[in-house]
Design a protein around this ligand. Structure first.
Ligand SMILES: [Zn+2]
Length: 506
C-alpha cells in the first residue's frame, strides 16, 4: 500500500474544520512535497516529522512522498497537523496498518525526539470534530483534560509518537484523560469587600444591568480597580454556547487553567498600559493568538490608568469595540476572533496621580484637561457611564462589612433588569439597553414624556451635552428603571442618568 489518509482539524478563527491528511509514496528520487495551502509552520513540520519518525525507531521511507492537506482552500495554521502527517506517512509506506485510526481525529505537534507536544486550540478542534460526527479523538497528553470537556467524544491521549505506533500496530493502551473535574476554583472577589463608594457601586450595577461601558475617574485609593475587578461577579454566568466560545478562545491562546472545565464566569482581562497592539487585539505567527480584547469576550476588559496607554493601542481597540469582533490580517486570508466585551476605563484626574486638592499636586488645569483628553474621541465617546469617584473616607473604610451588599444580591437585581430589557427589545433584535440605537429611544413608543426629559433637553440646547450624550442618557435611564422594576423611566431616572453620564450632581 502506498497511499493512506488520517483526519485532523484546522482552525479558522474559533471555527474548526475537518482536514484530511493524505500521504502518497511513489518511486522516484527521495523527497517530501507538501501541498494544500500550508503556512511556514507546515514546511517546518516536514523536518520535525522526519526527525520524530526516525528517533522513534521507525524506518523513514526513501521514496518520493507527497503529502496533501484537504480541503486545499482552507487556510491552515499551526503545528497540530504533525502527528496526523506522521501517521499518514507511516501508513502509506506500509509500516502501519491504519485501520485503528479510521474515523479518528489525530492532533499534536511532534518534537524532534518523537515526543508529542501540547498545541493551542485543542478544545475548539475537538468541538468541531464532534460536530462533524467524529466520535474518537487522539490528542497530546497535555491537552487531554480540555479535550475531555467536549461531550460525546471519546478522548485518548499520547505522549510520544512511539505510543501511537504501538497502539495502532499492537493495540497497546493509550493514555486516559484525567478523571472528573478539578475542584472548583475559589470564588472571585466580592462586592462585599468594597468599603464606601456608593456612587461607584451604583455605577457598576447600572453598567452591568444595561451592558454599558464604564469610565471610573478618581484619585488613587478611590477603589477604581477594586470596583472593576468585581464587575464579573455581578454579571450573569455564561450559558453553554457562550462558555464554549470563551473557553475556545482561551484554548487558542494557550491560557486555559489546568483541570479541564468550561469557563462559566465572565472573563476579566486587565492588560498593562505598556501592552503592545498585538497583545491587545491579537496576532503573531502561525495560529494567531487572541488578544486581551478577545480573551475578554463576553466579559470585562479593564484599562487601568487608561490615559497612559499609547495612542496606537487605544486606536486599535476602536474597531473591535465597535463591531464586537477583531479582524487580523494574515498572509493567507484573515482571521477573525469575537470580541464582545464590556469596557471599564480607570483614570486619575491628573498626570501626577496625587489626590485631588493635595498640596503637592502642581498640575495646571490645562495639564489635567490634556491628560484626560487623551481618552476622548475613540474611546470616551463610546462610554455610557462616566463617574468621578471621591477618595474613600476613613469612616467608610472602618464601617462593618456586615451591612454591605454582596455580589450575589446585586447579581440578582442585574439579572432581573437584563431580563426586562431583553424582553422589551426582543422585537428589535437587541438584548441590552446599551445596544439600542438612539433613534429608537427618541420616537414612539419609547419616547419619554416631555416633562420627564426637560433637564436633558435643556443641556442639549445649552451645548453641555452632545446629541450622542443625549442618547446615552436615555439608555441609562431605561437601565435605571429596569433595575427598579418599573416599565418606563421617570423624571428622577433621567436625572440620575445625567449624573452617571456626566459625573455632575444635579
Ligand atoms: Zn497632579
Amino acid at each position: 500500500m502506498s497511499y493512506a489518509k488520517v483526519l485532523c482539524v484546522g482552525l479558522v478563527g474559533v471555527a474548526g474544520h475537518l482536514v484530511e491528511v493524505e500521504a502518497d509514496l511513489a518511486a522516484g528520487l527521495p523527497a517530501v512535497v507538501i501541498s494544500g495551502l500550508p503556512d511556514t509552520a507546515l514546511h517546518e513540520a516536514r523536518d520535525r516529522v522526519r526527525a520524530a519518525v526516525v528517533n522513534s525507531g521507525q524506518r523513514w521511507p526513501n521514496r518520493r512522498i507527497t503529502l496533501n492537506l484537504l480541503p486545499a482552500t482552507l487556510p491552515k495554521f499551526g503545528s497540530a497537523f504533525d502527528l496526523a502527517i506522521a501517521a499518514a506517512l507511516l501508513g502509506g509506506s506500509g509500516e502501519l496498518p491504519l485501520l485503528p485510526l479510521d474515523r479518528v481525529v489525530v492532533l499534536g505537534e511532534l518534537g524532534l525526539d518523537g515526543t508529542v507536544r501540547p498545541v493551542r486550540g485543542v478544545l475548539p478542534m475537538v468541538a468541531a470534530a464532534a460536530r462533524a460526527g467524529i466520535e474518537r479523538v487522539i490528542v497530546p497528553a497535555g491537552n487531554a483534560a480540555e479535550a475531555a470537556v467536549i461531550p460525546g467524544v471519546r478522548v485518548r491521549a499520547v505522549d510520544t509518537l512511539h505510543r501511537l505506533v504501538t497502539f495502532v500496530r499492537d493495540g497497546a493502551p493509550l493514555i486516559e484523560p484525567p478523571a472528573g473535574e478539578s475542584p472548583p476554583i475559589g470564588d472571585g472577589p466580592d462586592l462585599a469587600d468594597v468599603a464606601g463608594q456608593e456612587l461607584g457601586r451604583r455605577a457598576l450595577e447600572v453598567a452591568a444591568a444595561g451592558g454599558h461601558h464604564l469610565a471610573l475617574l478618581g484619585p488613587p485609593g478611590a477603589g477604581k480597580t477594586m470596583l472593576a475587578e468585581r464587575l464579573p461577579s455581578i454579571l450573569p454566568e455564561l450559558d453553554d454556547e457562550a462558555a464554549l466560545e470563551v473557553t475556545a478562545l482561551h484554548s487558542i491562546a494557550g491560557l486555559l487553567p489546568p483541570g479541564g472545565r468550561l469557563l462559566r464566569r465572565p472573563p476579566f482581562q486587565a492588560p498593562h498600559h505598556t501592552a503592545t497592539v498585538p497583545s491587545l487585539v491579537g496576532g503573531g505567527s502561525g495560529l494567531a493568538r487572541p488578544g486581551a480584547v478577545s480573551l475578554a469576550h463576553r466579559g470585562v476588559l479593564f484599562l487601568d490608568e487608561a490615559p497612559e496607554f499609547g495612542k496606537g493601542a487605544l486606536e486599535a481597540l476602536r474597531q473591535p469595540l465597535e463591531h464586537g469582533r477583531v479582524q487580523l490580517a494574515r498572509t493567507r486570508g484573515g482571521t477573525e476572533y469575537p470580541a464582545l466585551t464590556q469596557l471599564v476605563l480607570a483614570a486619575n484626574p491628573c498626570p501626577c496621580a496625587k489626590p485631588a486638592g493635595d498640596a503637592y499636586c502642581e498640575c495646571s488645569p490645562l495639564a489635567r484637561r490634556r491628560y484626560l483628553g487623551r481618552l476622548s474621541g475613540p474611546l470616551l465617546d463610546r462610554i455610557d457611564v462616566q463617574v468621578r469617584l471621591p477618595a474613600v473616607r476613613a469612616a467608610e473604610l472602618l464601617a462593618g462589612a456586615g451591612d454591605r451588599e454582596s455580589s450575589a444580591v446585586v447579581a440578582g437585581r442585574v439579572a432581573a433588569a437584563r431580563a426586562a430589557g431583553a424582553e422589551r427589545w426582543a422585537g428589535l433584535g437587541h438584548q441590552l439597553n446599551a445596544q439600542v440605537p438612539g433613534p429608537h429611544l427618541r420616537r414612539p413608543p419609547w419616547r419619554l414624556p416631555a416633562p420627564d426629559t426637560a433637564e436633558l433637553r435643556a443641556r442639549l440646547d445649552s451645548g453641555s451635552l452632545s446629541a450622542r450624550g443625549f442618547d446615552r442618557v436615555l439608555r441609562l435611564a431605561w437601565t435605571i428603571a429596569d433595575l427598579d422594576g418599573r416599565s418606563r423611566p421617570a423624571r428622577d431616572d433621567v436625572l440620575e442618568a445625567i449624573q452617571l453620564r456626566t459625573g455632575d450632581a444635579t
